[in-house]
Ligand binder design. Sequence first.
Ligand SMILES: Nc1ccn([C@@H]2O[C@H](COP(=O)(O)O)[C@@H](O)[C@H]2O)c(=O)n1
Ligand SMILES: C[C@@]1(CO)OP(=O)(O)OP(=O)(O)OC[C@H]1O
Length: 171
Amino acid sequence: MTTTSGLPSLATRVGTGFDVHVLETGRPLVLCGVTVPHEQGLAGHSDADVGIHALCDAIYGALAEGDIGRHFPPSEMKWKDADSARFLRHAAERIAARGGILVNADVTLICEQPKITPHAPAMIARLADLLGVPASRMSVKATTTEKLGFAGRREGIAAQAAVSILVPLSE
Ligand SMILES: Nc1ccn([C@@H]2O[C@H](COP(=O)(O)O)[C@@H](O)[C@H]2O)c(=O)n1
Ligand SMILES: C[C@@]1(CO)OP(=O)(O)OP(=O)(O)OC[C@H]1O
C-alpha cells in the first residue's frame, strides 16, 4: 500500500508486556541484560531476566506474534538457564522480518530493592545493543510498591514494558 506520493504507508503498532519472577538466594540477579549486585537473584527456567521477558512480550504483542513462551517453551530443556539476551535478539529479528522499525521501548522494573536508577544507563545501553537501535529509543525506569504486595515484601520482581513499532501497512 502506498500514499499518493508513492511512499509506502506506515502503521504504528504498540505492544505491552508484563512478567514476574521469584527472588531466591544462590542465583545472580540479571535485569535488562545487566548483572546487578544483590543478595538474591531471580528464579526461572531461563536466567529469569524479568525486564527482557516483559520487553520481548511487548514486541511479540505489537507484532501479534504470540508471547515468549510460544517462541521459547519452558517445557524445552534447551532454554534451561538460557541467557535472555537470546530471546530479545529473536524479538529484534521478528521486527526486521516484518520490515519494521522499533520507534521506542519503555521498561519499568517493580521492586523494593535493589535500587535500579544507578544501573539504568547500563541497562539502556545493553538493551539498545541487543535490539540494534540507538540508546535514545530506550527507557528503563523503576518504582517500588511502597512495601505493599509480593514486590514490597521482596519476594519477587515484576516488570512491565511498552513498545512502539513502525511497520509497512500491508494488511
Ligand atoms: N527499585 C527501585 C525503585 C525505585 N527507584 C527510584 O526511586 C524513585 C521513587 O520510587 P517510589 O516507588 O517511591 O515512587 C523511582 O522513581 C525511581 O527513580 C529505584 O531506583 N529503584
Ligand atoms: C523465558 C522462558 C523460557 O522457557 O522461561 P522462564 O525463564 O521461566 O520465564 P517466564 O517468563 O516465566 O516464561 C517464558 C519462557 O519462555
